[in-house]
Design a protein around this ligand. Sequence first.
Ligand code: ATP
Ligand code: MG
Length: 445
Amino acid sequence: MRLSRYFLPVLKENPADAQIVSHRLMLRAGMIKQAASGIYSWLPMGFKVLRKIENIVHEEQARAGHIPIQMPILQSADLWRESGRYDDYGQEMLRMQDRHGRDLLFTPTAEEMVTDIFRAHVSSYKDLPLTLYQIQWKFRDEVRPRFGVMRGREFYMKDGYNFDLTKEDAITAYQRHFVSYLRTYERMGLTAIPMRADSGPIGGDDTHEFLVLAETGESEVFYDDLVTVNTLGNQDVDFNDANQLQGIYDEWTSLYARTDETHDEALFNEVPEDRRRVARGIEVGQIFYFGTKYSESMGANVINDQGKQVPVHMGSHGIGVSRLLGAIIEASHDDKGIIWPEGVTPFHCGIVNLKQGDDEADAACDGLYKALTAAGLEPLYDDRKERAGGKFATMDLIGLPWRITVGPRGLKNGVVELTSRRTGESEELSPEAAVARVVEIYANH
Ligand code: ATP
Ligand code: MG
């Protein structure tokens, strides 16, 4: 993309109403525009990152064997009356009527809808296990929408639902989600720590939240510092291998990590003092096992191998796709702007032309642009007639992890400059070598 042809409405001034850095930077970098309280339009660069995050979620869901579907945003209240949640959910649920006076609601989550699909089409244990998921807009009429996309009213969420014959199988599904989520966040360049949590209005027996540590996080968390260095890394996970999943799950949950809802001071004090941490975190996902809560109230049964009708065991699992943009920025920025991890960056590499209109500089930039594009990467070429300082400030603000700077002086010596946004370090290389370096960096992303 050439910046002169893109739509990147950056703001010069700090928006007054944005209290936290990610909200401020998303507005300044022209990623979102507020439409109403807690409701946003996604401008091109914000939309691009949203799609990148969404794609990672889809790829990791596929890897775990989960099947994508799409359920409606507007749902009939009658379905929610069956589970009893139409009355229980309270004011966070946005309710409305159609022209015939029928009650509808804007989906805040979709346990009822997916259970209705299941009971209509699945009747035998032979069709299990089954996990269906969607990535869909949700609406919750939050009392205090704030921090931009972090606590919106309209937000984008992956919600998945597992159906299993036995509790044991459902626990395997729970652990499969646990490991799959670890992979998902790692690919986004995030450290998201699974913490034992409280199940709240969804109800249930077992639940973990995944939290990104940040001072601006809304949850208080208590953990053993060793959990922060745990990674799956390149570990080869077989999502069909229940023993391996259990092993990874046990390893991660053996260290103390809890939110304030389940915090246990006595247990926490067993962690060596120098490793005990009390901090704040942003919830970017949550997994639940809740057994037969919905299948019993809504009649979602299967016939087991003894020919007996039994309610299925279920769980639900959510990732805050739109909230993740805020969380990633909270975890990765400096005073100049965003620093995107390679896995989610809107463009792979910036190209800054120091002397637009100079034949040689223009030709070199065009060459770099073509070569990067041919290698399957997306460069963002700042081809505007602007001063170098302004171009650098824009690149730093929007946070592309790599930048190639091209100017007549360097070209005389046959070099361009490759700069890391994260470290600020630069290297002089021939244009060909710079392209090769960038291609190599992205080979693993
Ligand atoms: P919270 O405690 O932050 O209100 P929740 O526990 O009610 O969230 P879940 O039902 O677990 O939310 O939803 C799954 C994920 O969706 C959460 O982990 C979070 O990342 C995201 N999410 C929930 N509410 C919002 C919101 N208002 N705005 C943006 N993302 C949200
Ligand atoms: Mg939650």
